[in-house]
Design a binder for this molecule. Structure first.
Ligand SMILES: [Fe+2]
Ligand SMILES: [Fe+2]
Length: 352
């Protein structure tokens, strides 16, 4: 459906955004007919209120760059890690934008069509805004190229729901935690983009509410054997974030965070919110849980080292490290999780 075109030269940042490493955000496609069969009547009142918010578009005028972005940004401290942060954010925003746009285009169900149109609009705006900052740093990503070259992964709708619901809520928690930290410590704010995070994260929060409403209205997604899938996705998303953030720890230190504390705070916020529809909460405060995630960080560092060194011996070593990561993930998966009683009635949580 998205054939790879012969490559024109692309800049380094676009290539980075393209890398299909296990930890990179992916681009998804799904079963559109199954989405047509979704019914939101069980949450109609909340759904209509939420859709009205989308139509009102409270952040319409928010993503405008002003004179604070002007000037020379070439000697930012930890510039490379800042660029990495922006690239992984823009890839996530843009993969949301194209998945949502594709769903809007392909479904007939009017509720779903309208929702995904609004969400795609928001994510496109977010990606464009980040790209403005990347361009200031001489590192703009060619977004149109990305859609042609990126590999697409087919995901059943339920997996799309778990993954996107979580990434919206975790995105909200990440942005607001950074915003509050820099609001309390303005001397640590090294770039104006962080000032945009408060209103920005309300968009992500609202997107998450839409997925929560969809799952509530179609409860087969959050009951029975699907609980095991939910645990799997929670763990995959948490581990990915933990490993990635710990690998670029200096970026968080620079904002006055201890990276582990930052991640745990994001897990806390995300878990508290996800009680609205997920029947389990992971036991991430357990020191064993943290130790196992740290083991994955250590392995991933060594994996990067084997890639840098190259050669057959390093390839074998890499295989062993990947296996160790898979086993560690398995050990985390079988750890006892906390049960959560999902409220029978769906209530919209107001955006922050
Ligand atoms: Fe977004
Ligand atoms: Fe979003």
């Amino acid at each position: 459906m998205y054939p790879a075109t012969t490559s024109a030269p692309v800049n380094e940042t676009t290539r980075k955004a393209q890398e299909n490493a296990a930890l990179s955000p992916r681009f998804y496609t799904t079963d559109f007919e199954a989405l047509d069969r979704l019914n939101v009547d069980a949450v109609r009142e909340e759904w209509d209120a939420l859709l009205q918010e989308f139509r009102d578009d409270p952040n319409k005028g928010h993503f405008k760059r002003n004179e604070r972005f002007e000037g020379d940004w070439s000697d930012l401290p930890n510039r490379d890690q800042f660029v990495d942060f922006l690239v992984s954010s823009i890839t996530a925003e843009f993969s949301g934008c194209i998945l949502y746009a594709e769903i809007k285009k392909r479904v007939k169900n009017p509720d779903i069509k309208e929702l995904f149109g609004h969400m795609s609009r928001d994510e496109g705006r977010h990606a464009g805004f980040i790209n403005g900052t990347l361009k200031d740093l001489g590192m703009g990503v060619d977004l149109s190229f990305l859609t042609k070259e990126k590999k697409y992964t087919f995901f059943k709708p339920k997996f799309v729901f778990y993954a996107t619901y979580l990434s919206e809520k975790i995105g909200y928690a990440r942005y607001i935690t950074i915003y509050r930290q820099l609001e309390a410590n303005p001397e640590l704010q090294f770039h104006p983009i962080f000032d945009w995070f408060r209103d920005w994260c309300n968009d992500e929060f609202r997107h998450g509410e839409a997925f929560a409403a969809l799952m509530h209205s179609n409860p087969e997604y959050i009951t029975g054997r699907n609980k095991l899938w939910i645990r799997f996705f929670l763990l995959a998303v948490f581990c990915t974030m933990w490993v990635r953030d710990h690998i670029r720890r200096d970026f968080y230190t620079q904002m006055g965070f201890d990276v582990s504390e930052y991640d745990l705070e994001v897990f806390r916020k995300t878990s508290e919110i996800s009680r609205q529809c997920f029947p389990v909460v992971l036991d991430f405060e357990n020191p064993k849980f943290v130790a196992r995630m740290n083991k994955m960080v250590e392995n991933t560092r060594k994996i990067e080292e084997t890639r840098r060194k190259g050669g057959p011996f390093q390839a074998i070593r890499r295989g062993a490290l990947l296996l160790s990561n898979a086993l560690t993930f398995g050990r985390l998966y079988i750890m006892k999780a906390h049960k959560n009683e999902v409220p029978a009635d769906f209530q919209l949580t107001p955006a922050y």
